[in-house]
Design a protein around this ligand. Structure first.
Ligand SMILES: Nc1nc2c(ncn2[C@@H]2O[C@H](COP(=O)(O)OP(=O)(O)O)[C@@H](O)[C@H]2O)c(=O)[nH]1
Ligand SMILES: [Mg+2]
Length: 370
């Protein structure tokens, strides 16, 4: 038996594909609704995965042929019924002014008052560990908008909150300078993210790229970047003093983009952070990314934002979105640093797991459930 797997937007589209590919004798063996992998899956509708098969040796497959035709007829009938149902549903919802389906995960049955709806969303958003002042600002603004006479649906309240939350994000995109510097606590994904961006600018944008790692403490944490440099065939320079850095920048003169990694600095160690200042001073003007993991607690983001300020960061990257279900860090990060968010990362794969912040609806992240 020839067995194939199909992905389609809906069952109807899937059945057309199968019929075209395997013929009318195909049998549906299994079907289920799936999301695309990773963060992107959240922003795209669910798909239908269908496993279908056909026995090429069996001439007489009348029964199975009929089966597929029957399924298609049933599907047509179901889709007409679904259309009618949708129409009915929207009429009912208009009449009662109670919406309940816009956010499937947050359906609240029956009539709900504005106050109750607002309280519901407040509890929901608290799960994301948002800064309380920021949360309060969002709710005050939303409640002003919601203060129109008459009832308001639960989903409309969510929309207003999303609009208000969206305004709190600051985003930017693209590179503004030749030097791209990555700073932040250890283990957050600086080197990995640097490699993702270097790969993209070298392959996608055909830029001439150079890599530098500042290894002031001779801790030898350069192997990881060396491996990426070898795979991507990019020059890598290791710098141990500010004087080295000067010479290296001259050596990389023909590179129009230089990515600079920093290693081995603890947020709590003031001297270690101070030691980076002369390097940064030599490189400015530069795009200086503060890299923070989405798994970082709210209070720690505030602490990191403060501690690294002396290194003059002007952009923000939030990593490891795949490792949490609380996305407050994304909003807290821009709120505490007052800097625009440029990239998000949602996995270890280089260069795939990188998302440009300006390309997605960031407020929607807060309405994502685990
Ligand atoms: N799950 C997940 N892991 C990541 C992500 N970015 C980096 N990592 C992993 O986090 C670990 C530390 O990353 P690294 O780049 O060495 O961090 P650095 O110390 O800040 O340079 C490595 O195992 C990376 O593969 C991400 O977006 N998601
Ligand atoms: Mg590193």
């Amino acid at each position: 038996m020839k067995i194939r797997k199909y992905l389609a937007a809906d069952m109807k589209e899937g059945l057309i594909k199968i019929k075209k590919d395997l013929g009318p004798e195909a049998i549906i063996l299994h079907s289920r609704r799936v999301r695309r992998r990773g963060l992107r899956g959240f922003f795209t509708p669910r798909q239908v995965e269908i496993i279908a098969g056909v026995d090429p040796l069996k001439k007489d497959q009348q029964t199975s042929g009929i089966m597929l035709k029957k399924v298609m007829a049933k599907e047509k009938e179901m889709s007409a019924m679904a259309d009618e149902l949708r129409l009915l549903k929207s009429t009912v919802s208009e009449l009662s002014a109670v919406a309940s389906t816009a956010e499937e995960e947050h359906r609240v049955p029956g009539i709900i008052t504005k106050k109750k709806s607002s309280n519901y969303w407040r509890t929901y958003l608290e799960h994301h560990d948002l800064d309380p002042t920021l949360l309060q600002e969002i709710f005050v603004e939303a409640e002003e908008d919601a203060a129109v006479p008459g009832r308001m649906s639960h989903s409309r309240m969510a929309e207003i909150l999303q609009e208000k939350a969206a305004r709190k994000f600051k985003c930017t995109d693209g590179f503004s300078h030749r030097s791209q510097i990555f700073i932040g606590p250890t283990g957050v994904g600086k080197t990995t993210t640097l490699a993702k961006l270097a790969a993209r600018s070298s392959y996608n944008d055909a830029e001439k790229v150079g890599l530098i790692t500042i290894d002031h403490y001779r801790i030898g944490a350069i192997e990881q970047l060396r491996t990426y440099a070898e795979i991507m065939d990019l020059p890598l320079e290791v710098v141990m003093t500010p004087q080295d850095l000067f010479k290296v920048m001259v050596r990389l003169e023909d590179c129009n983009r230089v990515f600079i990694d920093t290693a081995g600095r603890s947020t709590g160690n003031r001297e270690q952070l101070d030691d980076l200042i002369p390097y940064i001073d030599m490189l400015v003007p530069a795009d200086i990314y503060l890299v923070i993991s989405a798994t970082t607690r709210r209070q720690d983001i505030g602490y990191i934002a403060e501690r690294f300020k002396k290194l003059k960061y002007n952009r923000l990257i939030i990593t490891k979105l795949d490792e949490t279900t609380a996305y407050g860090a994304v909003l807290n990060g821009t709120y505490y640093t007052k800097m625009p968010l440029v990239y998000l990362t949602d996995g270890q794969r280089v260069p795939e797991d990188l998302i440009q912040a300006s390309e997605i609806d960031l407020a929607k992240l807060l309405w994502r459930t685990g």
